[in-house]
Write a new protein. Structure first.
Length: 278
């Protein structure tokens, strides 16, 4: 929805896209109404985009590239940059690492990891957080979260590992139907050749050892073969590059993984839980 405050909240990419789209439209002697018809939007939607009252959506950028982009690829490139603008400030630096990672090894405790979330699960989770967000902002964050899934099919192939607490799979988010869909999606992700998904069972601490008791973590290997650790406690962003500290996190992750069910057992548990909440 177009809002006056969007003009001041919009990021630099949105303003650049607006100026470029207007310049190319005028260069091609098109009115806002004419361009709107070409890309399937109203003249008011084009006007809102050019003033940043409603920055261009991913779909609008694709249409602008097709119609007035002139083969330059600028609107296509802007699609990636606009998605970055929609992420929370503390997450923007990490998501660039995630998109380019060679390997990604993650342990999560309370909820399903963002890369593996369905649209409905993400919407329920983001919309139900605190402080409450406007509906438009919730949709922006959902769109940005779903865009991260491109990592699964990226070339060169990324190796993705996830260890998730069983309690996160049993915790209903949104509704039973939402959770059912989420578990089925997790099962499909687990069958990908570049994904290893393991469940840390509820009873892993029965004998006094629970190596994941200090919370979530993500280990990243960059294209330059650097090894980093990423933590996100209470909406803060902590990127650890010190080799000694990263080694400690890597060792802890290895111990967590050793306590988890194997991939086949984990898939069986996920499918069984999905069947229980139909």
């Amino acid at each position: 929805m177009a809002r006056a405050e969007n003009k001041t909240e919009a990021g630099g990419t949105a303003h650049l896209v607006a100026a470029l789209a207007k310049a190319l439209r005028e260069q091609q002697d098109l009115s806002q109404e004419q361009l709107g018809r070409m890309i399937g939007y109203t003249a008011s939607a084009v006007s809102a985009m050019e003033t940043c009252a409603q920055p261009a959506s991913d779909q609008m950028l694709a249409k602008l590239e097709e119609t007035i982009g002139g083969g330059l690829g600028v609107f296509e490139k802007a699609r990636t940059l606009m998605r970055l603008d929609k992420y929370p400030a503390q997450f923007k630096n990490y998501v660039l690492l995630e998109q380019r990672a060679l390997t990604l090894s993650t342990y999560v405790t309370f909820v399903v990891h963002g890369l593996f979330q369905t649209e409905d699960y993400a919407r329920a989770l983001i919309g139900g957080g605190y402080p409450p967000l406007k509906d438009e902002r919730v949709e922006e964050l959902v769109e940005g979260r779903l865009a991260r899934r491109a990592l699964f099919d990226r070339e060169p192939t990324a190796l993705i590992e996830l260890v998730v607490e069983e309690s996160a799979l049993r915790r209903p988010i949104g509704s039973r139907a939402v959770m059912h869909g989420q578990l089925l999606h997790l099962a499909e992700c687990a069958k990908r050749r570049n994904v290893t998904l393991q469940v840390l069972p509820m009873d892993c601490g029965t004998h006094g050892e629970h190596f994941g008791c200090r919370g979530d973590m993500t280990l990243v290997e960059t294209p330059q073969h650097e090894h980093l650790a990423y933590l996100e406690p209470q909406d803060e962003s902590v990127l650890v590059s010190d080799p000694a500290k990263v080694t400690t996190y890597s060792q802890r992750y290895a111990k967590i993984r050793s306590q988890a069910l194997g991939p086949r057992e984990s898939l069986g548990l996920i499918e069984r839980l999905a069947g229980e909440i139909q």
